[in-house]
Design a protein around this ligand. Sequence first.
Ligand code: HAM
Length: 413
Amino acid sequence: MPGFKTLPGFRDLYPDDLAVRAHIMGTWREVARRYGFREYDGPPLEPLGLYTEKSGPEIVQQLYNFTDKGEREVALRPEMTPTLARMVGARANGLRKPIKWFAIPQLFRYERQQRGRLREHFQLNMDIVGEGTVAADAELLAAAIDVLRAFGLTHEDFVARVSDRHFLRAIFVGAGVPAERLTLAYNIVDKLEREGAAAIRKRLVDTVGIETASADRILDALNRTSLKEVEDLVGENEWLHPDFLDLKDLFDRLRAMDLEAYVQIDLSVVRGLAYYTGTVFELFDRRGELRAICGGGRYDDLLSQISGVDLPALGFGMGDVVLTELLKDRGLLPKSGQGIDYYLVAEDYELRHVLLRTVHQLRDAGCSVEYSLGLALRNRQFKEASALGARKVVVVTAEDAARGSVPIPELSS
Ligand code: HAM
């Protein structure tokens, strides 16, 4: 017997698992609806070039790519954003702005399998295209937070860490990082939490080539996690002021929405993807036990790069894997087993035709109904009814057959 197993990082979803996923996707769709987003989808297989040029090196290393039978270089989609950029670009003129769309694609990344990271996952994507003001950033971040709130999570469970690449750029340039080494410097500080301040300082000095004092100025900025601390920094360095206005406005707007407790400034959030240009954010569990639940930001140049249409855009992706772990840890997953409305028991095998007719009439009326397909004894049928979570058990009797109708109890009674 060959031992066929699932590939590493892929999942078999048994009905209880699928019930969890259905709950997650249902909640995603419900919050997207509340915010007025419309659902779209695209192909799971795309031209390789869509990712190799725009997404940055991290995702390219993780591509599932191959040459198809028509000699095309193709890849399973590792993310949705390039597809969205292409789709919107192709019809940009005919679409009313701002475009608010969401999708729930299955994505594939050849990652090292670990807690919260698999080689396929489903990801809620919510994106706004055609609105360049910070009002859209606030709307989108609020949506990401409200998605998690809709699962019963609170500010004690998770936090959105927010940064802004414009502001970060001003800090880095002010500390003497040359423009052509900014991306390098961003990628270094992106690892601050994992590698610690000493390692990051050393790499900024050795690799980016700045003075130790400049590296310390950068680290000092990255350490400021409250709005007040960052405002103090801006106060001491007036030239940072213009690049701070958007971030400040974003926080003011979230405060107006009563979501202040859910957001925190964290300038070390850079995001691995290359295309972000402004606000960037990631949502994490407060206990710091899990990988990021959600990540996103503004990518104002991607549409023109992919489709030649110059439209500002922003969005986020939230995967089902970390979210499921978090909901499980917090006891917020719905109970498994769906239950049924009626289970019909035939008192006698001879009554099976009456039973079948009644079952079918009830199903036609929209009820979920089960009965024993085998020749189970009466007792076994009752046991099965209970195992299935039947709300009512109906016994079909010889009197029912003689009368030509089976009395059906109300479900609510
Ligand atoms: P991302 O940060 O690569 O962003 O992924 C977003 C989220 O997807 C992560 O926070 C995580 O929950 C989930 N995720 C990513 N990779 C995996 C994996 N291997 N296994 C399980 N879950 C995973 C993007 O993909 C951007 N395209 C999001 C975006 C949309 N930005 C703008 N619009």
